[in-house]
Design a protein around this ligand. Structure first.
Ligand SMILES: Cc1ncc(COP(=O)(O)O)c(C=O)c1O
Length: 435
């Protein structure tokens, strides 16, 4: 039996001066307790009680090269020796912008920020300035960061709302402290519903500045777009002078070097990237059409941030993208093959143990859930999964030496090996006996 005593006592100590005891509210939900890390390398992490885990949480997504990657670490140290941040311009910014323009199909120009939330804020602002309109269409079950203008709680209180077609009741704030009116420019729609999309966009096109979508609904079940759905979104937004924003904070540099838009061959107007872009160092970007990004060139749209484009983050992003690009992005096949093997193995084990469940996978990310549904292709079905059972499963997996996100989303890194996948499948086989 693992013990978690050190983590439990660290949490008590942290609570004295650290609000909530954790640095991001979501992390408080881990059972049996939020863990304290001691060290990590590659695909493996060790907590302060000496428990060791194969890591599929991967810091909620950014660690695409695994923990403490040698090349990335070297590049960051080298950059730091030369100065962390100047408040002046430096060559790393130019190099990174050129690299992004090279690998992201939609990136004619880019703007650098520090987090996904900030990049979303910029993309919304650009859309409003470009179109002269104010409303933003977003979807049930998607997450776009925690800024007041778009946050509907995470994991989504929007989950309990009825789908709106534009004229429905006011959307309630996602958290105490958010103004009652902060979401009045948001229209919230069911995703993967071509009819609702077309009706709403046609009816309200005179006031809609942008449609923002996760290209794959990674935050709620890793649900893929219906065939033709994103293409329809592209066509309609183009026709109706609405900016199409793909929020690729999860899928960027994860589904492929060119993100989901590269993988699917769809060119949105703006793309938001974060997480994997810096391999675990804070950085994000908005990338997109020059005619929209030009609003930043002209100084018409303010894009601010003291630490934007700092030397540490740009060095990390350059190193990460360079690593991922080597041998024509061969690591993507490697990650995908391993994750297909893992997902297939999990499905077989669920069958063996007669436990109803689903694994929704696309490339190096999947969502595992316990549900009686035969497939989970929409948010309502996803919402009916047994999330408490999964949280219990994640706790059992800790005992078996595997670290999982308690909500069911799994990530893989380039550091994971076949032996990790095999060990994980054995661990699942043992854990499912107790479920
Ligand atoms: C799709 C999506 N957009 C935006 C964000 C916000 O990014 P950050 O946590 O870096 O602010 C997240 C975070 O999980 C996300 O999944």
């Amino acid at each position: 039996m693992n013990t978690y005593e050190m983590s439990i006592s660290r949490l008590q100590a942290a609570k004295e001066h650290l609000a909530g005891g954790v640095a991001s509210s979501l992390r408080a939900s881990m059972k049996p307790t939020p863990l304290y890390a001691e060290s990590a390398k590659g695909a493996h992490i060790r907590d302060v009680d000496g428990n060791e885990y194969i890591d599929y949480l991967l810091a909620y997504g950014p660690l695409i090269l695994g923990h403490a990657h040698d090349g990335l670490t070297e590049n960051v140290i080298q950059a730091m020796r030369n100065g962390y941040t100047f408040g002046l311009q430096h060559d790393g910014e130019i190099k990174l912008a050129n690299l992004l323009a090279e690998v992201l199909p939609c990136a004619e120009k880019v703007a650098l920020s520090g987090s996904g939330t900030e990049a979303v804020m910029l993309a919304l602002r650009l859309s409003r300035a470009f179109t002269g309109k104010t409303k933003i269409v977003r979807f049930h079950g998607h997450y776009h960061g925690w800024s007041d203008s778009i946050f509907t709680s995470f994991p989504s209180s929007d989950m309990s709302q009825k789908a709106s077609t534009g004229e429905a009741a006011k959307i309630p704030p996602g958290t105490f402290g958010q103004s009652e009116n902060s979401l009045e420019d948001i229209i919230i729609l069911p995703w993967n519903d071509p009819k609702a999309l077309e009706e709403t966009l046609r009816k309200h096109c005179h006031e809609i500045a942008a449609v923002i979508t996760e290209p794959v609904m990674c935050n709620s079940g890793c649900i893929q777009p219906l065939p033709g759905y994103l293409e329809q979104m592209r066509k309609l937004t183009e026709e109706l002078h609405i900016v199409m924003i793909m929020d690729e904070v999860i899928t960027g540099f994860r589904l492929s070097l060119g993100g989901a838009h590269g993988r699917f061959g769809i060119l949105p107007d703006l793309v938001i990237i974060g997480k994997a872009m810096g391999g675990g160092i804070a950085i994000s970007a908005v990338a997109g059409k020059a005619e929209i990004m030009k609003l930043v060139d002209d100084g018409k749209v303010s894009h601010l941030g003291t630490l934007n484009g700092n030397c540490v983050s740009t060095a990390a992003a350059i190193a990460t993208i360079t690593q991922l690009s080597a041998n024509n992005g061969a690591v993507y096949n490697q990650m995908e093959e391993l994750f297909v093997e893992l997902a297939e193995g999990i499905r077989l084990l669920l069958g063996k143990h007669r436990i109803p469940g689903i694994v929704n996978q696309i490339g190096p990310v999947f969502h595992m859930m316990f549900t009686d549904a035969l497939e989970v292709n929409d948010f309502d079905t996803f919402n009916k999964r047994d999330s408490a059972k999964y949280t219990h499963f994640a706790e059992l997996m800790l005992e078996e030496g595997v670290l999982l996100r308690p909500n069911g989303l799994w990530y893989i890194s380039t550091a994971h090996q076949k032996s990790d996948i095999e060990a994980t499948l054995h661990a699942i086989d043992r854990a499912l006996i107790h479920l």
